[in-house]
Design a protein around this ligand. Sequence first.
Ligand code: ZN
Length: 297
Amino acid sequence: MSLSRRAFLAASAAAVALPPALVAAESKPKKLVMIAGTPSHGPGDHEFNAGVLLLEKCLKDTKGLEVVVFKNGYPKDDSALDTADAILCYADGGAGHPLVREKRLERIGKLMAKGVGLMCAHYGVEVPKDLGGPEFRDWIGGYYEGGFSCNPMWKPEFTEFPSHPIANGVKPFSVRDEWYFNMRFRDDMKGVTPILSAKPSDTVRDGPYVYPKGPYKHIQEAKGRSEAMMWATERADGGRGVGFTGGHVHRNWGDDNYRKVVLNALLWVSKVEVPKDGVASTVTEDDLKANLDPKKK
Ligand SMILES: [Zn+2]
C-alpha cells in the first residue's frame, strides 16, 4: 500500500471512527509462503530451491507483501501456513506431492476453505486423480492427470494475453520448456481463465513426450487446438488459484516476460495489487547460477 493510501485510511479512521482493527487489517502485509521441493533432476532442471529463492529476491521490494520460503520440501513445522494469505508449491508432484502426501489434503483444504490462495508450478500441478485430483480442480481450476495430460519439451509462442492482472505488462514471448498441456480442468473451464495459451504444432502432439513418451491418441486428435499452459481462478470461498506448467528449465527465469507473468501471479494469488506494467525485476547471470542444488555424487 502506498503511504498516501495509508495516510488516507488513517485520516478516514479518525474522521468516521473506523474500528482500529479494520485499519490494522487493511495495512497488514499479505503473507506468501513459498514451498520449494527437494532436488530430483540433473543440474539446471527442477531447481526448485534456486527458483524459489530467485523469485523471492525479485519480490523483496514489493510493498505490502511478506514472503516466507521453505526449501527442500514441506516444512517440518508448518505453522507459518496458519497465517498465510497464499501458498506457492514449486515441487515434484504425483503421489509424493508435498500438499497431498501424509494426509495433508485435509490440512490444506481447511486453509483453502478460509480463502487462502494457492499457486502450483511445473510438476507441482500434477497430483494423482484419486489423491488430490478433485481438490486441485476446485483449488486451482485444474491439474495434470497422468495418461490424460502430456509433457513435451516445446517452444510455444505466447502472443496474446487476456485482460487480467496476471498479464499486466507481459509482452509476447517464446521459451523452450517442458510445457505440460491438456490439464484436467473443471468441466467447461468453469471459472478458469487461461493466462498463457498457444497452439502446439502437430509435431509436438505426435511426441515423444518427456514421460511417458506417448503419443496419446486424444492429444493427436486435438490437432490445431489452443492449449492453456497457465491459468487462474477465483474460488467461491474467496481464495484465488493459479497453475503454471513451465518451470522445468531453471535458466528460463532469465526471460523477462516468463518471469514477470509468474511474479504477477504470485502477487495476484496473495491479493496484492499487480502494478499496471507488472512486477519489475532484473536477474543477472550470477543470480541464475545462485543456490543451485548440489551435484549428485
Ligand atoms: Zn520437468
